[in-house]
Design a protein around this ligand. Structure first.
Ligand code: KG4
Ligand code: ZN
Length: 341
């Protein structure tokens, strides 16, 4: 089954054609990074307008790359939430238009479910396809959740963030260092230049709860930077580069440690067969290395290109849905605050 996957929940226009849930035939991402960078975050009005400009060229591009015609598609799948209302509307309406005019199936996909199914894309070695239950760490700019997956389409949320998402903590941290958006890759780059250690950040814990919390770490970073300023004015460049890099390393360590330790303790408690790590933050090399090395369970992390938002993960998730229940969801609508269970 060839599925056109469309993802427009946030700032990237992602379109892909995926065959039978695993084989990505073409994957195009029209990034809006530059347009939002000067604002230090995503501006919803700019995002939705830009999706309108990008979506048709992105669809034409995947068709051209694969030599597949509209008539050869079996289904269209689209993210209908959670996300920015204006952005979701663009993808959902385009998907409906294509499915209606070509009379093919259409499926709505939860964005978080899409991130989980990115783990089935590409070169996932069947040897490490461990079976259910799986514990899924979804770590992105908008979400930080631990979801128990008991089978395809069967989810139970065990923990989520109480405040900022971990990607947001990377983004806000980068802004404090005077760096650009998205902040995750910027912090990672700066941390890689560290030459020594600075004082460790206290790891956040939410009392009597499995939930995450990251906003305290961001405030601790602000206080740390303030004390290192060599003048009255808050200007990150006032801190010597080496010291900045050491602090970035400590900040990244604290964020990654919080994710890995919580994930592994819940995985042990729930006796899972394996762990999936997905979402934009799963592109972080320290997180990838640490969970691979510390986990006694098999760990599946998608290739980096499938970690950040993309259409392929939506096409992959849809196959597992449509093969058991072929349908035309004409009545689907956007649900900006959609949950996974
Ligand atoms: O999944 P995603 O593309 O969009 C959302 O669903 O939110 O995730 C974007 C987030 C951003 O916060 C970005 O800073 C973070 O993923 N990110 C990273 C890295 N690459 C992207 N965080 C840490 N290290 C990275 N290498
Ligand atoms: Zn995402």
């Amino acid at each position: 089954m060839k599925i056109l996957g469309i993802e427009t929940s946030c700032d990237d226009t992602g379109v892909a054609i995926v065959e039978d849930g695993r084989n990505c035939l073409a994957n195009v991402i029209a990034s809006q990074e530059e347009m939002h960078a000067k604002y230090g975050g995503i501006v919803p009005e700019i995002a939705s307008r830009q999706h309108l400009f990008s979506i048709l060229p992105a669809i034409s591009s995947v068709l051209e790359k694969t030599g597949i015609e509209y008539d050869q598609l079996d289904a269209v799948a689209v993210t209908n939430g959670p996300g920015l209302a204006g952005s979701l509307l663009v993808g959902v309406n385009f998907a409906k238009g294509i499915a209606f005019s070509k009379n093919i199936m259409i499926a709505s996909i939860n964005h978080l479910e899409g991130h989980i199914y990115s783990a089935w894309l590409g070169d996932v070695d069947p040897e490490i396809d461990p079976g259910f239950p799986l514990l899924c760490l979804i770590a992105s700019g908008g979400h930080t959740e631990l979801v128990l997956m008991n089978g395809h389409g069967n989810y139970e949320t065990l923990a989520r963030t109480r405040d900022d998402a971990v990607g947001e903590a990377f983004d806000k941290g980068a802004r404090l260092f005077g760096m650009g958006f998205p902040g995750g890759p910027e912090i990672e780059k700066l941390a890689s230049r560290a030459t020594g250690a600075d004082t460790k950040f206290t790891r956040p814990v939410v009392k009597n709860s499995l939930d995450f919390s990251f906003s305290g770490l961001k405030t601790a970073l602000l206080r740390r930077l303030e004390t290192k300023m060599q003048s009255e004015e808050f200007e990150p460049e006032n801190i010597p580069f080496g010291l900045r890099a050491n602090i970035a390393k400590e900040y990244q360590d604290a964020l990654v440690d919080s994710l890995v330790s919580r994930t592994l303790s819940i995985a042990k408690e729930r006796k899972v067969k394996g762990i999936i790590v997905c979402g934009g933050v799963a592109a972080n090399s320290l997180l990838r290395d640490k969970i691979y090395s510390d986990s006694p369970f098999p760990v599946i992390i998608p290739e980096k290109k499938y970690c950040t938002d993309n259409g392929a993960m939506i096409g992959a998730a849809a196959w597992y849905k449509l093969r058991v229940k072929p349908e035309h969801q004409w009545d689907m609508d956007i649900v900006p605050s959609l949950r996974i269970n």
